[in-house]
Design a protein around this ligand. Structure first.
Ligand SMILES: *Cc1c(COP(=O)(O)O)cnc(C)c1O
Length: 426
């Protein structure tokens, strides 16, 4: 019988042998010792698996990556230094100068910037589509050089819900993988691979860590995308890598191993966005209680959203599991146990009202952060999304008076009392 995700949160990824530490060891070592140069040579040739330098791989990181792979139902995973690095690696592992990406316009500001500005400077083009686009509209966004489709299960901060099955179907019809950033629901509330996603990414900085303690990211490969069937599109995986003695990743490591092995051997080697083993240890502490914490975040988010919806100072509330929400149906399908603790709402009175409201909150702090134990809030137009034009903000569904509130693990009645006070001050 397959273990429940609850058990996997606690125990997957690391099984100590007789007499070994019960908790995962922090391997605080940059390097690893070998008896012969032949042993070491095999590692460099990717003939044997093992560790040689912590810029590429470290045992602590691998225990935790294996846990996240198990949680998502993936074949392999790697930790990265941040969520930004995870999305960059997921895309850059299959895109190069001359490639093109189709991305949902409703995504995290940092990822929007990565795709629209930084990847563009590297010669990778992109077309943004509405998360609500029909199959026909999605089809129109594809070009001959399209190499990936990207979206977020629940978008940060717009809280749109991605129709994963639809996006996966269209991506596959065009012979490219769907990459889904699953940071907000976490695998406890949604597992995109079960709905057809090929690659899943995370900012582990958020709920997975869950305590605002360590920045990190993760890339999970489903192992289900047949790279060789589209070899012309993915030369990096399907033709010999001269920087690795002519290894062809998709041949040597198969469908289940190629993507993460290449990202480790090539991108981590050259770009070095590795997570520190200390951070991986902290991340694992968070993962051990993820299945206990997520339901409480959802309970608090739902209670706050329902309360806000009834307040006269509030123009609109965006929370996918409210029956009034545009994404309610999709949420019922993809998020039957709820989504996350993040609630977005627009105050009547725009930026000024948002600033007054936030100043008067006592429990909820103003932070450029979401998804940890302590409730916090933010006005995206004046912070995370200030690089976007008003048109881009509108397209991403982020009006100027929008407040994003991340409900933590406090008592919901205390949170509602705090919000009530702050609303009265506007
Ligand atoms: C925060 C976030 C990121 C970026 O992650 P960092 O760990 O801050 O680099 C990417 N995607 C989503 C959905 C996020 O919320």
């Amino acid at each position: 019988m397959e273990q429940s995700i609850n058990t996997k949160c606690v125990q997957a990824g690391y099984t100590p042998k007789n007499g070994e530490p019960r908790q995962i060891p922090i391997v605080q070592s940059t390097t690893f010792k070998y008896d012969t140069s032949e042993d070491m040579g095999k590692l460099f040739d990717l003939e044997a698996s093992g560790y040689f330098y912590s810029r590429l791989q470290n045992p602590t990181n691998d225990y935790v990556a294996a846990k996240i792979a198990a949680l998502e139902g993936g074949a392999a995973a790697m930790l990265t230094s941040s969520g930004q690095a995870a999305n960059f690696f997921a895309l850059f592992n299959i895109c190069e100068a001359g490639s093109h990406i189709v991305a949902s316009s409703s995504i995290y500001g940092g990822t929007f910037n990565l795709i629209a500005v930084t990847l563009k400077k590297m010669g990778i083009d992109s077309t943004f589509v509405s998360p609500d686009a029909s199959e026909e509209e999605l089809n129109k966004a594809f070009q001959r050089n399209t190499r990936a489709v990207f979206g977020e299960t629940i978008a940060n901060p717009a809280l749109t819900v991605l129709d994963i099955e639809k996006f996966a179907k269209v991506a596959h019809e065009h012979g490219v993988p769907l990459i889904v950033d699953n940071t907000f629901p976490t695998p406890v509330n949604c597992r995109p691979i079960e709905w057809g996603a090929d690659i899943v990414t995370h900012s582990t900085t958020k709920y997975m860590d869950g305590h605002g303690a360590a920045v990190g990211g993760c890339v999970v490969d489903s192992g289900k995308f047949d790279w060789m069937a589209h070899a012309d599109k993915f030369p990096g995986l399907c033709t010999p890598d001269e920087s690795y003695h002519g290894i062809t990743y998709a041949e040597k490591f198969g469908q289940a191993g190629a993507f993460i092995t290449k990202a480790t051997a090539q991108l981590m080697r050259d770009l070095g966005c590795v997570q520190s083993p200390q951070s991986a240890f902290i991340l694992n502490l968070g993962l051990e209680s993820l299945h206990v914490r997520m339901p409480r975040h959802v309970e608090n988010g739902q209670a706050v959203a329902e309360f806000l919806e009834k307040q006269p100072q509030v123009a609109s509330v965006s929370y996918p599991t409210l029956p009034s929400n545009k994404y309610y149906k999709l949420a019922q399908k993809y998020l039957p146990n709820g989504g996350c603790g993040v609630v977005s709402f627009e105050l009547k009175g725009g930026r000024a009202a948002a600033e007054k409201f936030m100043k008067n909150l006592k429990l909820a702090a103003i932070e450029t952060h979401v998804a940890d134990a302590r409730t916090c809030c933010l006005n995206p137009a004046t912070s995370t999304h200030r690089q976007m034009t008003d048109e881009q903000l509108e397209a991403a569904g982020i009006p100027a008076g929008l407040v994003r509130m991340s409900c933590g693990l406090e008592d919901k009645n205390d949170l509602i009392a705090d919000i009530k006070n702050a609303l009265a001050a506007i």
